[in-house]
Design a protein around this ligand. Structure first.
Ligand SMILES: NC(=O)c1ccc[n+]([C@@H]2O[C@H](COP(=O)([O-])OP(=O)(O)OC[C@H]3O[C@@H](n4cnc5c(N)ncnc54)[C@H](OP(=O)(O)O)[C@@H]3O)[C@@H](O)[C@H]2O)c1
Length: 295
């Protein structure tokens, strides 16, 4: 495993396992498989409704807590200082841990400054080892970095070969904010797993397109958290530390950039409305103590 030192010195694995869209009733099995495959960093979120499954797998694994790196994210419904603080304490309970390695604000909507102040205070109290943001485009990221007390250490954003985020990476570097890729494969959109350039590059190293993509991210200094519910793919996705892409390979992958999201823009007012509606719809799910179906 390779690690990166965040701006506060905390060591973060360059590769972890993401559990978005892993159903609550499958999450414990998936995270157990990932831990068996060698993953030590797990990325979940309050809004994935599967933090409890992560917690159970971690508890049953017997792995020393210090070897693990657990990330979760505060959902928009819990923004504002008091609600965010309470929600993080609940996440700690669900994950069955005394501290979270990285806590992010999931979206740049509603009272995110209030929520961020809660993260800062929990960081001071030692309940969170690193704090950050997610889906903050360069302008929101610089806003946050400029007006907060403790600068975000990580920004988790959509990035993959078809949306390389050169501008955001440049600004993140200026503020010592580590970029972490969500959907490092773009969830396979645009036939990424069978892209001829990526598969041709892979043939030289006896690697798949998926492995080339992850290696490209890591060599670009980006942390990755690929998701798979299949143990053989989990093994494939972590097996990326025994080869190195050449400068020419890197240049060929750079040329695949379409400079646009494969999903949606957080700046699109229609999407902001969609998020606001989703926050309302999920309220009853979070009210329940039982894990619910994923979204
Ligand atoms: N902050 C945010 O707003 C946000 C948003 C989205 C995601 N995330 C985080 O980022 C993580 C990763 O993103 P993601 O899950 O959206 O997408 P992703 O990791 O880019 O892609 C996952 C998809 O690729 C398939 N896959 C995985 N490995 C493969 C391989 N080696 N060969 C072929 N197919 C493979 C998976 O299928 P199977 O599962 O069937 O194997 C799944 O359909 C999430 O789990 C979550 O932790 C965060």
């Amino acid at each position: 495993m390779e690690y990166v030192a965040l701006s506060n010195g905390v060591k973060m694995p360059m590769l972890g396992y993401g559990v978005y869209q892993v159903p609550a009733d499958e999450c414990e099995r998936c995270v157990s498989d990932a831990l068996k495959a060698g993953y030590r960093s797990i990325d979940t979120a309050q809004s994935y409704f599967n933090e409890e499954g992560v917690g159970r797998a971690v508890a049953k694994s017997g792995i020393d807590r210090k070897e693990l790196f657990l990330t979760s994210k505060v959902w928009v419904e819990f923004y504002g200082y008091e609600a965010a603080k309470k929600s993080v304490l609940k996440t700690l309970e669900k994950l069955q841990t005394d501290y979270i390695d990285l806590m992010l604000l999931h979206q740049p909507f509603a009272d995110y400054f209030g929520a961020y102040r809660a993260l800062e205070d929990l960081y001071d109290e030692g309940k969170i080892r690193a704090i950050g943001i997610s889906n903050f485009y360069a302008d929101r990221m610089v806003d946050m970095a400029s007006f907060c007390r403790i600068k975000p250490m990580v920004n988790q954003v959509e990035t993959h070969p078809f949306n390389q985020q050169a501008e955001l990476k440049k600004w993140a570097g200026k503020y010592h904010i580590q970029v972490e890729a969500w959907a490092p494969f773009g969830e396979g959109r645009g036939n990424m797993f069978t892209n001829p350039i990526l598969t041709e590059i892979g043939k030289k190293y006896n690697k798949t397109a998926a492995q080339v993509i992850l290696r490209w991210h890591i060599q670009s200094g980006v942390v990755v958290i690929p998701k798979s519910t299949h143990i053989e793919r989990m093994r494939e996705n972590i097996d990326v530390f025994d080869f190195k892409l050449s400068e020419q390979d890197m240049a060929q992958i750079a040329a695949l950039d379409k400079q646009t999201s494969s999903f949606f823009s957080h700046r699109d007012p229609n999407m902001v409305e969609w998020f606001a509606k989703m926050v309302e719809e999920r309220k009853h799910q979070h009210d329940s103590s039982k894990e619910k179906k994923n979204w």
